[in-house]
Design a protein around this ligand. Sequence first.
Ligand SMILES: Cc1cc2nc3c(=O)[nH]c(=O)nc-3n(C[C@H](O)[C@H](O)[C@H](O)COP(=O)(O)O)c2cc1C
Length: 196
Amino acid sequence: MKEILVLYYSKNGSTKKLANYIARGINSIEGASARIRTVPEVSTSPKTFAATCEASDLYVTHDDLIECIGLALGSPVRFGNMASSLKYFLDNTTHEWLSGTLTGKAACVFTSSGSLHGGQEACLWTMLVPLLHHGMIIVGLPYTDSALMNTKTGGTPYGVSHHSGINDDMIISTDEKNLAILQGKLLAITSLKLAK
Ligand SMILES: Cc1cc2nc3c(=O)[nH]c(=O)nc-3n(C[C@H](O)[C@H](O)[C@H](O)COP(=O)(O)O)c2cc1C
């Protein structure tokens, strides 16, 4: 069984819900298994690095990057950008960058935003850029899936997204759910092909 890393940051749980659906898609592909990880929350106060990780989640280690054959990377939208906690982790992957740990592996990105037009695609791009620097092969979402054309909620060709509402209380729509599962499947299929 080959493992694929689903790495996300989520403050209020919306991005985490997408991560779980992506993991479901990965696990539905024979020979692939999802390894779900998160990152610690960073703080502007050096004394209050919060421990937000729930018992069911684990913080990512650099071994996760080495051992997994693919990567799904997710963050809530923060002013059109990825969250600083996830960026902080990526900014500490110099060793992986120089040694090519992620080079040639498949990757996809996902996000959640409070408002529908609040920067989902911009945020997805901020995550894609460092993955390209790492030499990863990007897996998007195809318009051959009708959900991408018809969705009235989240879902972009750059990666799946969720419109959570300002209070993060909107449920994952059927289209968002189906696209997240599809994204997990496509990532697993591509990762397995590239890992051969
Ligand atoms: C500091 C900050 C900046 C945010 N910036 C945006 C934004 O630019 N556009 C948007 O639609 N939502 C923005 N949001 C809302 C979050 O993206 C949204 O609530 C998201 O679904 C939360 O995901 P989570 O539950 O995984 O933490 C922002 C929230 C915070 C706290």
